[in-house]
Design a protein around this ligand. Structure first.
Ligand code: SF4
Ligand code: SF4
Length: 409
């Protein structure tokens, strides 16, 4: 099992301002005073943007109601991560914005994407898109959100292909940069950011972004299970005044089968990520008021020895089973060209995140897929995995799950 280096300094910053929200209390309908409920307790500077964001922020990837956003606002969340290809997320967020007051106190981040079914990155504006395409993507987001501006637009999900040079070109596409300048001048966006959950070249691409001077902040996958090189990226980002928002901090979210108290694992994982002073905050998908109760007690809290024991326990249970998001160490190992990391990520979306539709849609676009593993006796993928995962067996199981093959039942 991989041994991790836990950084125990939890240099959390002072509590900042809470957004003023009208109507949120009525919408909450959860009983009790909101002040009694877990809430965001710490706000941190987002690079040099001048904004302070909650250390725990709202991922709206599976948002299906505006009421949940109002509850989150009531609990002090002020950063919301959405995208055109997150179903009705922008529409629901827009409805919440119309009911809430204090737009200038909220940070809305969306993506240079199109609102189409998720297709293994195809919804992201591809290399070859023109300045007008990028501008249209933002204009359409603004319409769905019913607002005049996005705080941030992302060049999203770098590293989904193995071609580093092509990914770098998409990151620094002159058409995208020209559109960004035009949109900034028009007051339609304030900041530019980029994200990557790999599986290919995540750290290198994020470093390119940091060094380019074009990006106000980055959003890499980062958790206690892997990513030995991410701290180097964090350090350089911090030195250059580039903010960092972490995602995928739950390392596969397999806590459901564990015996920890409710929220104990999640809060320990959050505190671990936030113990890195370079991190501005983290984004976690919020799907219910229960998620708020589960996650927000970690806000503003230091990482403790008890938290580390929880994370050690998790790693002991799942370290030889968890395919590290953003890893890609087995890249190119398979002679048949099977994209191991992406398939196992879709499997994680299906099994651990409950995002079955998106996972199956993404998998359906893959050629080759893990059907090739059914009769393979090579095992090169497993030999390439430094974490000892039974890769071939996992791929065969993933294929059956993601194709709803009855053999899996
Ligand atoms: S099991 Fe065989 S076909 Fe499948 S990824 Fe591994 S080496 Fe490639
Ligand atoms: S299978 Fe192993 S080497 Fe490949 S991406 Fe996952 S953790 Fe990394």
């Amino acid at each position: 099992m991989e041994r991790r280096t836990f950084i125990q300094s939890a240099a959390l910053l002072a509590v900042g301002g809470i957004p003023v929200v009208a109507g949120a209390a009525e919408e909450s309908g959860a009983g009790g005073s909101p002040s009694e409920k877990a809430r965001v307790r710490a706000y941190r500077p987002l690079g040099k943007t001048g904004m302070q964001i909650g250390d725990i922020s709202f991922g709206a990837g599976r948002l299906n109601s505006s009421a949940l956003v109002l509850r989150a606002l009531d609990r002090g969340m002020n950063y919301f991560d959405t995208a055109p290809d997150y179903g009705q997320s922008e529409d629901h967020l827009g409805e919440a914005l119309r009911k809430a007051k204090g737009r200038d106190k909220l940070h809305i981040a969306s993506k240079y994407c199109q609102p189409m079914a998720y297709q293994a990155g195809k919804s992201h504006l591809q290399l070859g898109s023109k300045e007008a395409d990028y501008i249209a993507a933002v204009d359409n987001s603004l319409k769905r959100l019913g607002t005049d501006y996005l705080d941030t637009v992302f060049v999203h999900a770098l590293g989904e292909t193995t071609d580093f040079e092509a990914e770098k070109k998409r990151l620094l596409d002159p058409e995208m940069l020209a559109a960004t300048q035009t949109l900034k001048k028009a007051g339609k966006i304030r900041f530019l950011a980029t994200s990557s959950h790999g599986p290919n070249h995540m750290e290198a691409l994020m470093l390119e972004a940091v060094r380019s001077g074009h990006f106000d902040y980055i959003m890499p996958a980062f958790n206690f299970m892997k990513f030995p090189k991410v701290p180097e990226v964090l350090k350089e980002a911090h030195a250059r005044g580039v903010g960092v928002v972490a995602m995928k901090v739950l390392a596969g979210a397999k806590e459901g089968s564990m015996k920890f108290d409710s929220g104990q694992f999640e809060q320990a994982a959050f505190k671990w990520a936030l113990s890195h002073k370079e991190i501005s905050g983290l984004v976690i998908t919020i799907q219910s008021a229960q998620d708020l109760d589960l996650y927000l007690p970690a806000s503003g809290q230091p990482l403790t020895a008890a938290d580390l024991r929880v994370l050690d326990h998790y790693a002991a249970l799942y370290g030889a089973d968890y395919c590290r998001t953003g890893c890609g160490d087995c890249l190119g190992a398979c002679a048949s060209g099977v994209d191991v990391a992406s398939i196992l990520r879709y499997q994680m979306y299906f099994e651990d995140y409950g995002d079955e539709k998106r996972a199956m849609q993404a998998y359906a676009t893959m050629t080759p897929n893990a059907g090739a593993c059914e009769s393979c006796a090579d095992g090169a993928c497993a030999r390439a995995c430094p974490y000892g995962l039974p890769v071939a067996a996992k791929l065969r199981a993933a294929h059956r799950t993601l194709t709803m093959d009855p053999v899996a039942a």
